[in-house]
Design a protein around this ligand. Structure first.
Ligand SMILES: O=C(O)CCC(=O)C(=O)O
Ligand SMILES: [Fe+2]
Length: 232
């Protein structure tokens, strides 16, 4: 894991505030991706397994980790949180929301737990031919951190085709805009969980964001999601 390549400077801030997402290239090594993929088979690591067809979420399988999280996921969750929390707090001010995100993830989780959100939310997803993930938002209770991070664990082209990560943004009085995010194995993308503030001529306005995955045409695609709030 390369900590040095995340630098949450003004470019990250303006990207997130303009588009609601920002790509972090080469966040994980191929070796780390392969290790994370292998975890998918280890039942004892997970608290719940979701067959997406059964819930109408799409087609494919995802598994929620249980505590304690694998070390690499725990450390990514803490370090990404502490870098994103200051941006989250600038956003809440711009959106005139009455909530302050603590500096460290542990304190944030205490807030979640006090609201009955106690279950860990980091997950690994596996898609095979014809699988897909419908547009959605990952909200699991009243408390939601405004960012989440998605990691590509498979290599497009050699391992699968299709299966693009898709974001839709909905601004007031506009038709929906779509962005297709092409990630290589090991890349990650920070996305807005629910909505983000965008500067307009008459002040900031709220843009809603959803994410999903287009159908896989060939092969197998694994991804990992780090969501910072816990679930009810
Ligand atoms: O498979 C993907 O790229 C999307 C994963 C996802 O929905 C998530 O991490 O919340
Ligand atoms: Fe998601």
């Amino acid at each position: 894991m390369n900590q040095a390549d995340i630098c949450f400077d003004s470019e990250v801030y303006s990207g997130l505030s303009q588009d609601g997402f920002h790509i972090l290239p080469g966040k994980l090594s191929v070796e780390e991706c392969n290790q994370l993929r292998l975890l998918f088979e280890k039942d004892e690591r997970f608290r719940n397994t979701i067959n997406m067809t059964r819930y109408g979420f799409g087609q494919g399988t995802y598994r929620y980790f249980q505590y304690p999280l694998p070390t690499i996921i725990q450390s990514l969750r803490e370090s990404l949180y502490s870098q994103l929390a200051p941006i989250a707090n600038q956003w809440t001010k711009r959106l005139r929301l009455n909530f302050t995100y603590p500096e460290d993830h542990q304190t944030f989780l205490q807030n979640c737990h006090a609201q009955g959100q106690t279950k860990p939310t980091p997950l690994i997803l596996r898609y095979r031919r014809e699988d897909y993930n419908r547009l959605h938002q990952d909200l699991y209770g009243e408390i939601a951190f405004p960012f989440q991070v998605i990691f590509q664990l498979s290599q497009p082209g050699s391992e699968f085709s299709g299966g693009e990560l898709v974001l839709t943004e909905q601004a007031p009085r506009r038709q929906t805009k779509v962005s297709v995010i092409n990630l290589n194995q090991g890349d990650a993308v920070i996305i807005a969980t629910q909505y983000f503030p965008r500067k307009g001529s008459r002040g900031d306005y709220r843009v809603q964001l959803k994410h999903g995955v287009s159908q896989i045409h060939r092969g197998e695609r694994f991804s990992m999601g780090i969501i910072f709030h816990d679930a009810k």
